[in-house]
Design a protein. Structure first.
Length: 138
């Protein structure tokens, strides 16, 4: 059996490489992720994300079991990747205005099976207001 040797610098380099893409993920990018009920309901979420950034969001709540998630409407100004019972949205670097995509979640909430439609509207953050104080000569 061959012996594999890994030194600390190799581990550090691999850790740095694996975290490079997650460093651009926007924390708390959803502003109003209210829970859905899997009871034929439709819910709207709003996401704020900078151009070139991405957002990771799970779809399962504590009382739910997710059977499937499907994309009904794809985004036009970004890319959407389904990751288990969640998604990762990548805003294009030239993203302006708004984007929108729609998911259908099928599963079980407590003991009842059903589905919900989740509509996500994406917008880029507004620029912070810069205020400067200018003194007037006497």
């Amino acid at each position: 059996m061959p012996r594999i040797s890994i030194n600390i610098s190799t581990v550090a380099a691999l850790t740095l490489l694996s975290s490079a893409t997650s460093a651009l993920a926007t924390p708390n990018c959803l502003r109003d992720n209210k829970p859905y009920r899997l009871a034929g309901d439709t819910i709207e979420w709003s996401m704020t994300i900078a151009p070139g950034a991405n957002c990771i969001q799970g779809l399962r709540w504590s009382t739910m079991q997710i059977f499937s998630v499907s994309v009904v409407e794809k985004p036009k100004n970004g890319d959407l990747l389904m990751v288990g019972p969640g998604f990762r949205y990548f805003a294009r670097s030239d993203f302006t205005g708004t984007d929108k995509f729609t998911l259908v979640v099928v599963g079980k909430n407590r003991h009842d099976e059903g589905k919900s439609t989740v509509q996500i509207t994406v917008s880029k953050p507004t620029a912070p207001l810069m205020v400067s104080v200018v003194s007037q000569p006497d």
